[in-house]
Design a protein around this ligand. Structure first.
Ligand code: CA
Length: 221
């Protein structure tokens, strides 16, 4: 699941970035409000959640939030900031934030708040991806085959989710790499092939088909 982290403090940003990656999220980290706006404008709904600092260079977090809400962007936003005055919290929620966390906070609390927000999406609509005997739940991050739990790595999960979003549509290796890696992360060569190989071992050789010269596809069941 892809998260946009908007934080200009290098220490806090780095620790959050690391912690979120360990929690198996794909993280894009931007350090000012203008870069965040650009990321959101071009993401086309790819972010499950935005972690937003308020005091930011170039464009404040509140201005950013008001702007994207005015434009109809409903992405989940969790404000993470040192401003703890009640007026600031109210302003954040009024501007369209879904929740508010005041620094310093524990990473456990952040993780719990994030899970709660991501669950809220599921309550609104069942976004489990199903095809044939496969069911992949992006919010609980679980995969089942014929009702039985299948253990997969974070990247295998992400790759499978990309293919299950559009069964019958082939995705190229480059498209899959883009889903697997955040910005600035080094793409290891053959990584897509390795994940596909491992997924076939777990789900059956026919689960993912190779279309020569095009990419990979999960046949529409
Ligand atoms: Ca800041």
């Amino acid at each position: 699941m892809r998260i946009l982290l908007v934080e200009d403090d290098p220490m806090i940003g780095k620790s959050l970035h690391t912690a979120l990656q360990q929690d198996r999220y794909t993280v894009d980290w931007v350090k000012d409000g203008v870069a965040a706006k650009l990321a959101l404008d071009t993401a086309d709904g790819a972010y499950a959640l935005v972690l937003l600092d308020l005091g930011l260079p170039r464009k404040s977090g509140l201005d950013l939030l008001r702007g994207i809400r005015r434009a109809g962007n409903k992405v989940r936003v969790l404000i993470v900031t040192a401003r703890d005055a009640v007026a600031d919290r109210v302003a954040g929620l009024d501007a369209g934030a879904d929740d508010y966390l005041v620094k310093p906070f524990s990473l456990d609390e952040l993780a719990a708040r994030m899970r709660a927000l991501l669950r809220r999406d599921v309550a609104r609509e069942d976004n489990v991806l199903r095809n044939g005997d496969l069911a992949l739940d992006p919010s609980s991050r679980t995969l089942t085959q014929a009702g039985a739990h299948v253990d997969v790595s974070a990247r295998e999960f992400t790759l499978l989710a990309a293919l299950l979003e559009r069964p019958g549509t082939a995705l190229s290796k480059a498209q899959l790499e883009e889903r697997l890696y955040g910005w600035g992360e080094e793409v290891e060569s053959n990584t897509v092939e390795v994940h596909v190989h491992n997924l076939r071992k777990k789900l059956g050789a026919e689960a993912i088909r190779t279309i020569r010269g095009v990419g990979y596809v999960i046949a529409k069941a």
